[in-house]
Design a protein around this ligand. Sequence first.
Ligand code: ADP
Ligand code: MG
Length: 728
Amino acid sequence: MSTLRFHAIKETLTRKQVSITENVRRSSIFGLNVFNETAMRQYLTKEALESINDAIFKGDKINRIIADHISTGMKEWAISKGATHYTHWFQPLTGATAEKHDAFFEPVGDGQAIEKFGGGQLVQQEPDASSFPSGGIRNTFEARGYTAWDPTSPAFVFGTTLCIPTVFVSYTGEALDYKTPLLRALQAVDSAAVAVCKYFDKNVKKVNASLGWEQEYFLIDSALALSRPDIVLTGRTLLGHSPAKGQQLDDHYFGTIPNRAMQYMRDLENECMLLGIPVKTRHNEVAPNQFELAPIYEEANLAVDHNSLLMDVMSKIAERHNFKVLFHEKPFLGVNGSGKHNNWSLSTDTGVNLLSPGKTPMSNLQFLTFFINTIKAVHENEELLRAAIASASNDHRLGANEAPPAIISVFIGEQLTNVLNELENVTTGKLSPEEKTDLKLNVVGKIPEILLDNTDRNRTSPFAFTGNKFEFRAVGSKANCANPMTVLNTIVAKQLIDFKDEVDVLIDKKGMKKDDAVFNVLREYIKKSKNILFEGNGYSEAWEKEAKKRGLSNNKTTPEALKAKISTKALDLFEALGVMNKVESKARYEIEMEEYVLRIQIEGRVLGDIARNHVVPTAVRYQNMLIENVKGLKEIYGESFKTLAKEQMNLIADISKHMESINSTVTKMTNERKKANALEDIEKKAHSYCHKVKPLFDEIRYHSDKLELLIDDELWPLTKYRELLFTK
Ligand code: ADP
Ligand code: MG
């Protein structure tokens, strides 16, 4: 095994970087492989193009004859881009993307063939994807699911395949993917926000949620990554002693991007340009070999698709550069893990960002309305938001003394805190003209000015306001953004509906003016949601105590956190807004709990295997060398060998102790796994894996990492942290 390690190291040392040449301006290739407006104009009839636009902007249905026109145009375009196949591209609940390719090619008899792609094939497909998780919705042997075209996300050509973004639903109508509930949530927030906007501007007809994600990742040489069975099978290292140098010098963060990584990024960015993914920034992150990439924000559904696509593309391009991309939230102990900040805002079809302070008191009142409603939505649904980002891998970050904590709170900065404090004192009932003038001039009117100061940032907050958007920072790097985006948009939609109801009551029943009513409702909201606001250090122990006093949840593990998804409140909320019915919500809960169990189970197996079959035998081998040495010393020096061989004999004993601990803990872990596996109830099973099986990983690791320090480097079979993290 150690030969594999040294072979891998040798391979990385002889790597030649793959150089990328860019001959054209990036803007000139942007979206070249996307069936976008420009391509559609060229390949579709006017009628077909209008029909697609009506589907995108008004949600209209596309009829079969038009669908045939569209598919023909799309096929011709795709073939011109070198496509030979097409696929419905979707995001099943595995979190990854799925595709099944079919050729355009079709024999027509007499030894002849044509390229064919009909409207039916564009609109709907049955992928026979019966093995995807469905949480019991879909009996694997009977009702099948189907994929249906989502015209709001444009088709694209990747490699030689035309990819058509689709939703994946069962024949009984339940969502089997991430996209369907997201689309429903976006629709809910659209209509709820438009209704509230009407208080301020009658012309608003549509509100879009925007998402700008920031993707963190590790880039490891592929030979080194492949030499570690834990990385190959679980995406993270289960063992490995910290290197002498980690991230303590902060010399990687925002430093010069290493050359090989740079070539990879350029290659990747080129592909992103062709695919219409508007990537904009790249930089080194805190940990060695950790990087980040972020695009310009887009409409949320498209942004989610682009992030899923990007993760695929990143892995594929990495192969060309002999890299492996690690998306896991915590691939290495002792250095920072990876996240995926979700920057979120709402904007109108009239071009206004509802979370950006405006130029007039009126537009600022609109801003404050959306700002305060979002805070209240988060306050009332903090547990659900926490559940939306729960996963076995993200547990390593949240609540594990690393960015951000498992407690959800909102950071808004000092100036906005002051604004809210002022608004909290607004008179109950009708406002006097003087008070209104004062509010407009001195409170609401002053917002734009103060927000220019952008230094007021708190990196420890899981949900922070950053000037014109909220940044949901607790999302995991591996996650599909659809999940948190579905929850966030749903809770905000619900909140806006409630807000409108309350304001209308004050206007209709109490005869208040609109502004007075808005101020009155906002005042009460500020009072009610104060507990979610926190400006201090989110990583501190003091905050844990304080949050507990405030009644905020602190669900540190996935099984605990996920429960919020099936609370009566959550089930009713999703159902009432038409995002998910109860069957769908419960199915998702089951799937996520099941996935949690499977992940920990796999890690347990891999760890047991490495510890027993790689680490212990190596320890025995080294111990034998030491024993031979001691015997030799005794032979030469007789009784005085005891002084001469003292260190060796201590080592022999230490090695034995660690081996014994490893062996007995692996046995204990295997037994705990067996017990857990025997449990029928998924909650009990997940609980066992979380609290009985997983803690033993640390114990095994502790002893193995100690052995790593004791044993001859030449013999050690697992590629070490310093090799994984510092080979560029
Ligand atoms: P950082 O948090 O690293 O300082 P930036 O300010 O560069 O990040 O922005 C990070 C992300 O936020 C980018 O993806 C950007 O497109 C996105 N973003 C910027 N403005 C908005 C907005 N109004 N709505 C949603 N996302 C936005
Ligand atoms: Mg950020």
